[in-house]
Design a protein. Structure first.
Length: 145
């Protein structure tokens, strides 16, 4: 797979994941922890927080380093929503000449571009002659620490 491509992992189901994860009532202090805040408030379903349009959402795994400036690293899981209208500044999944890519959509002086974040890849000007399809807008990125 090329340096800036993504691989589709699967669609989000119409129903919630079904398994809920405990949510602690207190936030995790980045400084000195408070021992009084160690109880569970409720259970959290990430589906409720990350998926706005279940039937139009899919996951992809990023490959390469062309979007590190956007916080997307090699191997990260992206949550992509096809129901969101792509706009200037959105990170999108696009098919360019038959290859999937993740890039930032930019409008400059009336022209559209696909732009990498954080490295030396040149912007790709979008022309009418191009075989280009935007599959969706990246809403969230999930990666390990």
């Amino acid at each position: 797979m090329a340096q800036n491509q993504v691989k589709i992992l699967g669609r989000v189901a119409e129903t919630p994941f079904g398994q809920r994860i405990p949510l602690f009532a207190a936030g995790a202090a980045a400084g000195f922890p408070s021992p009084a805040d160690d109880y569970i408030d409720r259970h959290l379903d990430l589906h409720e927080h990350l998926i706005e349009h279940p039937a139009a959402t899919f996951y992809v795994r990023a490959s390469g380093d062309s979007m590190v400036g956007a916080g997307i690293h090699d191997g990260d899981l992206l949550i992509v929503d096809r129901a969101v209208e792509p706009r200037d500044g959105h990170v999108v999944i696009a098919v360019v000449h038959g290859e999937l890519t993740v890039k930032r959509l930019r409008r400059r002086l009336g022209r559209l571009y696909l732009v990498s974040d954080g490295n030396a890849h040149p912007p790709l000007a979008i022309t009418e002659e191009m075989d280009l399809h935007v599959w969706g807008v990246c809403r969230y990125v999930i990666h390990g620490l």
